[in-house]
Design a protein around this ligand. Structure first.
Ligand SMILES: [Zn+2]
Length: 77
């Protein structure tokens, strides 16, 4: 087994280390469009604002892994 330099997030309940679910409450998604001369639209900007809490769950057993969420964000590319 090769040892990686990073520490995997592992669900303490079921040992799952591959499937995770992020759930955001109260999200406002605002998208700006510019209308072109030929009446088509071009998307300019896409900003989403999370007003509520962001929860992080195990994808296998749905255990609440929100304490790992910061680490998840740091490793998200
Ligand atoms: Zn789990």
């Amino acid at each position: 087994m090769s040892k990686k330099s990073c520490v995997l997030i592992v669900c303490p309940e079921c040992g799952n280390d591959t499937d995770f679910v992020e759930v955001a409450d109260d999200v406002i998604i605002t998208t700006r469009y510019v209308q072109n001369n030929d009446s088509s639209f071009t998307q300019e900007d896409d900003e989403s604002q999370v007003l509520g809490e962001i929860k992080f769950y195990c994808g296998e057993c749905n255990a609440d892994l929100s304490s790992f969420h910061q680490r998840f964000l740091a490793m998200l590319f």
